[in-house]
Design a protein around this ligand. Structure first.
Ligand code: CAO
Length: 488
């Protein structure tokens, strides 16, 4: 594996917690002072049963996917999200890009002249880039060697593009029977399998748009990229599972994550509600309390909670001028009495119209209006503090500005500052998945073709003469400009 950090001096192995306890039992120490201050058990990751983090997270133990090499043939968002996650977990990700052009997002939504866009840099951290014209003879020869030296090929071209390049499953499998070939496509097999798909197409085709928005308004797409990034995440799991199975079978396999399927998976609760509709109205939807009849498919539910605990977004102090001065408030049944006390309605605790969840369902709008009268007297953070103190679940509507400035997200590496040679410092979302023995270091995205020489010589072991021949053929050099800039 290339790109390994130099191994650090071996740290003394830590004694497992269980063993430490049994030793302590045999020889009790007198007046032993606790070495570590024990904080609330409730705190995340603080339980005694959770293994301690390694003291040498990026030393001799490597990272979770150290030793795995990915041929990254992805572009735009869905595929790059997947390979970026694999890279963060330690895989060596080699991004293959068209000479002179590269991933189309390098130039899309550009904010700094002549620098790779944030669109590209925020989706391609920790990767290496090689430029290669896969449609040239020499380019295909390099690809063949890449296929033979990688564990998985990941792609999200339009349907049929990989085959048209000559990289059919049969050919790849004959070159490297252990290779996993993973694809994002818009649709799985069926009437739409040949369609090109972008984020919002998937949100619409996967059931998200029809169930998002207000009942009396048009369908809405969401800001969360559930079609692209959501499917990339699904694909990453598929790849890791296929690699795990390969340990047993010795064979690679194909992995497909269709964007429609990924979105539908994330809309699972709405298919649940579709089936519940047959047995009567969906009582937790506000339209039930407003006596508005249900049709034959799941309606848009505005800000109703998706679960069994009613919730709504309420105004907070400053809402007139601040578009994010709101809070999501959940009237969780077990804390109903605390809610009544907090908002100054103690009589609701015993009033039969309010005391039980079924009694409250037809009155949700009036209840939330009353709670809102209280939340409007406080900032969202004051509401948060007061409610959390008595275990009432609420969520402040945080703007991207607030998230970017949040110190705790910086501390955990969920928001990171990355330096880039042509654009300078920028913020990115780091790895949201935290492993105690495989800590993510976010490094900048590669410049177009930055690692071409390094990969040809060090990874693929071409001789200097062969490299000269490949280059002279134009397989890694300038290519024609793209036909048109993609719309996404
Ligand atoms: N050398 C030579 N040719 C290359 C190349 C390389 N290194 N890399 C790509 N190409 C070629 C492909 O072979 C393809 O050529 P053909 O059309 O002749 O087969 C061509 O570049 C473009 O590929 P494409 O059709 O995938 O690209 P597009 O911009 O027209 O479509 C998209 C983009 C995203 C709509 C389409 O790729 C798609 O539907 N992908 C699957 C779904 C998906 O992932 N969507 C998410 C996109 S993020 O919002």
């Amino acid at each position: 594996m290339a790109k390994k950090k130099p191994a650090k001096a071996k740290a003394k192995p830590r004694r497992p917690a269980a063993k430490a306890r049994s030793v302590a039992k045999a020889k009790p120490r007198k007046a032993a002072k606790p070495a570590v201050k024990v904080v609330a058990r409730k705190a995340n990751g603080n339980g005694a049963t959770i293994p301690s983090p390694s003291k040498k997270p990026w030393g001799g133990d490597g990272k979770a996917l150290s030793g795995v090499r990915i041929l990254d043939f992805t572009h735009v968002q869905s595929g790059p999200t997947c390979t970026q996650l694999l890279a963060w977990m330690g895989a060596d990700v080699i991004k293959v890009e068209r000479p002179g052009i590269g991933d189309i997002t390098r130039g899309q939504l550009r904010d700094v002249k002549d620098a790779d866009s944030l669109y590209f840099t925020m989706l391609n951290h920790n990767k290496r880039s090689i430029t290669l014209d896969s449609k040239s003879k020499q380019g295909m020869a390099v690809l063949e060697r890449l296929v033979k030296s990688c564990d998985a090929l990941v792609e999200n071209f339009a349907p049929g593009a990989l085959d048209r390049m000559g990289l059919t499953w049969q050919r790849i499998h004959s070159w490297n029977p252990r290779m996993v070939v993973a694809s994002v496509k818009g649709f799985g097999p069926g009437p739409y399998e040949d369609c090109k798909v972008y984020e919002n197409v998937a949100q619409c085709a996967g059931g998200s748009a029809s169930t998002t928005g207000f009942r009396d308004g048009p369908p809405l797409v969401t800001g969360a990229q559930i079609g692209d990034s959501g499917t990339g995440l699904h694909l990453a799991l598929g790849i890791v599972c296929a690699l795990y199975q390969r340990n047993r079978t010795g064979r690679g396999q194909r992995v497909l994550a269709a964007m429609q399927d990924g979105v539908l998976n994330l809309c699972r609760v709405k298919l649940r509600d579709q089936q519940r509709l047959k047995h009567g109205p969906l009582k937790e939807y506000s339209q039930f309390g407003q006596n508005i009849p249900f049709g034959d498919s799941v309606p848009r539910a505005g800000n109703d909670s998706g679960g069994g605990q009613p919730g709504w977004i309420l105004k907070c102090k400053g809402w007139e001028t601040d578009p994010d001065a709101y809070i999501y408030f959940i009237t969780q049944a077990p804390v109903w009495e605390k809610i009544c006390e907090l908002i100054g309605r103690p009589e609701w605790k015993t009033d039969p119209n309010y005391a039980t969840p079924p009694a409250r369902l037809p009155r949700l709008k009036a209840i939330f209006d009353t709670i809102e009268e209280w939340t409007m007297t406080k900032t969202k953070f004051e509401v948060m503090a007061l409610c959390n103190a008595v275990d009432i679940p609420v969520g402040p509507i945080l703007s991207m500005k607030e998230l970017a400035e949040e110190p705790s997200l910086r501390a955990t590496g969920t928001i990171v500052e990355v330096d880039h040679p042509t654009r300078g410092k920028y913020l990115s979302v780091g790895n949201p998945i935290k492993l105690s023995d495989s800590i993510t270091e976010v490094t900048r995205s590669p410049l177009l073709g930055e690692h071409t020489d390094e990969i040809l010589s060090k990874v693929l072991k071409f001789t200097p003469a062969e490299i000269a021949e490949i280059k002279a053929s134009g397989a890694t050099g300038e290519a024609a400009k793209p036909k048109a800039e993609a719309a996404d």
